[in-house]
Design a protein around this ligand. Structure first.
Ligand SMILES: [Zn+2]
Ligand SMILES: [Zn+2]
Length: 561
């Protein structure tokens, strides 16, 4: 197994006839998936998703993959293939199209429909779109693409085969192997086997659940659990789940019909996506069951079901507002049932438990995956991955999609089945497939690109650190006026604090230290205010750390008068 060493430098030019793989996101985190393939000077991109910010990204709305390594080669991009319609695979597409608007977009019917509504929201005009389905082949420049049906937690997901002069690549996208999916569309293992017989040179596989032993439970197992929850509930039921999980919503609709309840959607993305799913036939809505959210209140509580967004504790989503009792028309009553029919994405734990606590405080009965089987994963567990390696018999494996621990576990599975060459890479680590062997050949610089309000990429990791310090340690400003002729302190130091001890007297003991240090360095010949400000910062920093065990942000201002 080869590892992504920290001391890699920029890669040498790609040898003729070789295929280069440049992961720009998704290898090292669950989100912002984006992988670039390069052959003969041309580029193919698979997925372009977002990552949702965590507690240590204060004020950030979204995190994008870093387009920088391909920014000056966007003209060489033949196409962007979208494996499925999840935000972590399509969400950054509008930001890429802002840089080059005519990149051909390739995806299944549902994927392109979900993307289309996103592009309209971003006011991007019609783009070149190629709708594809399993079994189909389409060529872009030197890349011959073929698509394979895979089962996942959103309908119409595809794996992609990329054929070039360098060999055959199979990229699973996100997938699992539910043998009894609601729509009967299983991961096409026949095709995986046929590709295996042909010879797969490089197999990129979803690592998300590689640490989970055994097999992922079938989506159908949730139906009877929902049925029991509905049978027990005497008042209103609110189900929160992903706004893209059409099969989960289908099971909630079916349970509502079985128990004679009416259903309404709450949350903009839920309303929008379910309309698309219904139009395209991915969701079957029994007649007479749906009502507008605002009309649901006309029915008695035991006849109501709300299907809502916000299962990840997103502060602005409907469920979070309900948990704080400030949703504009849904007000929870004691005895209402709230079902969180969703996963807990790593990093969202605190936010989700905050919501569960808020709901509990309001008297709701909260059903979640911690106390009931109301969620199954959309990703293949270790057992399914082993099957895949044995069926595909790839020459080289490159785990994708996951934190490093997930990718490491996936790599171990591949090794256990006898795969000879497993390449463990992270974002920015460049892998070349040359003469049938995949190798790490270098690293390109990639960072996190933060979307904050209307700015994209203007917020650096350094300002993120400033925000964390401000949030956790507070802020101190120190103003001193120095006579420019005599070098004597003529006014101050004046100290102001926020988020720190705000008692004025606290600072009395440091003021003489500041004056003393300034006088000493002026006597040593320090003259410009920048140097003097550094002196003030050091003295105050040392004092505050020693006396208060804190490291607030310190802003020294030395004015020469
Ligand atoms: Zn994903
Ligand atoms: Zn997915």
């Amino acid at each position: 197994m080869s590892h992504p060493h920290l001391d890699l430098s920029a890669p040498a030019p790609l040898p003729a006839g070789g295929l280069r793989v440049i992961p720009l996101g998704g290898l090292g985190e669950v989100g912002r998936n984006m992988t670039v393939f390069e052959y003969d000077g041309r580029l193919l991109i698979v997925d372009c998703g977002v990552l949702f910010p965590e507690d240590h990204h204060p004020g950030v709305d979204l995190i994008l993959p870093d387009f920088d390594p391909i920014r000056d080669r966007l003209d060489a991009v033949e196409a962007l293939v979208l494996t499925h319609g999840h935000e972590d695979h399509i969400g950054a597409t509008p930001y890429l199209l802002r840089e080059r608007g005519d990149i051909p977009l390739v995806g299944s019917r549902l994927t392109l429909a979900l993307l289309g509504s996103k592009l309209r929201e971003h006011r991007l005009k019609e783009t070149a779109q190629y709708e594809v389905a399993e079994g189909q082949t389409i060529t872009f420049g030197p890349f011959v693409l073929e698509f394979v049906a895979v089962n996942h937690s959103i309908p119409d997901a595809l794996a992609v085969v990329i054929r070039t002069g360098a060999g055959v690549v199979l990229h699973t996208g996100d997938f699992k192997m539910d043998q009894l999916p609601l729509d009967g569309r299983i991961t096409d293992l026949n095709e995986f086997a046929r590709l295996g017989d042909e010879g797969v040179d490089l197999f990129l596989t979803d690592s998300t659940n590689a640490e989970v032993p055994g097999f992922t439970t079938s989506e159908k197992e949730i139906g009877p659990v929902l049925d029991r929850v509905f049978a027990k509930s005497e008042q209103r039921i609110i189900v929160a789940c992903f706004a893209s999980h059409m099969h989960r919503v289908q099971q909630v609709l079916d349970a509502a019909v079985a128990h004679g309840r009416k259903v309404a959607y709450v949350g903009r993305s839920m309303v929008r996506n379910m309309a698309i799913a219904q139009d395209l036939g991915y969701l079957t809505v029994p007649p007479g069951v749906m009502v507008e959210a605002k009309e649901l209140g006309d029915y008695p509580p035991h006849k109501q079901v709300l299907i809502s967004t916000g299962s990840q504790g997103e502060p602005l989503a409907a469920l979070s507002r309900m948990s704080q009792n400030n949703h504009h028309f849904v007000h929870l009553e004691p005895g209402d049932t709230v079902v969180l029919a969703s996963s807990l994405i790593p990093g969202n734990e605190n936010a989700v438990y905050r919501v569960i606590n808020g709901l509990s405080r309001l008297g709701a009965n909260v059903v979640h995956k911690g106390n009931s089987l109301v969620h199954v994963s959309g990703h293949a567990s270790a057992g399914e991955l082993l099957y895949c390696y044995n069926i595909v018999k790839p020459r080289n494996v490159m785990p994708v999609h996951g934190e490093i621990r997930h990718m490491r576990a996936n790599a171990d599975l591949a090794c256990a089945t006898g795969v000879e060459n497993v390449v463990l890479a992270e974002d920015g680590v460049v892998v070349d497939l040359v003469d049938g062997v995949a190798k790490i050949v270098g690293k390109v610089d990639v960072g996190y690109v933060f979307v904050d309000g209307t700015t994209i990429g203007d917020i650096s990791e350094a300002s993120m650190k400033d925000r964390r310090i401000l949030g956790e340690e507070g802020f101190l400003s120190v103003i001193v006026v120095v006579d420019s002729v005599t070098g004597k302190v003529v006014s101050g130091p004046e100290i102001h604090a926020r988020g720190f001890a705000e008692e004025e007297a606290t600072f009395d003991e440091v003021k003489p230290l500041i004056i003393e240090a300034l006088n000493a360095s002026i006597a040593d010949g320090a003259t410009d205010s920048y140097q003097l400000q550094q002196v003030v910062r050091r003295v105050v920093g040392r004092w505050v750390n020693r006396a208060h065990r804190r490291r607030p942000m310190i802003i020294p201002v030395v004015i020469e008068a």
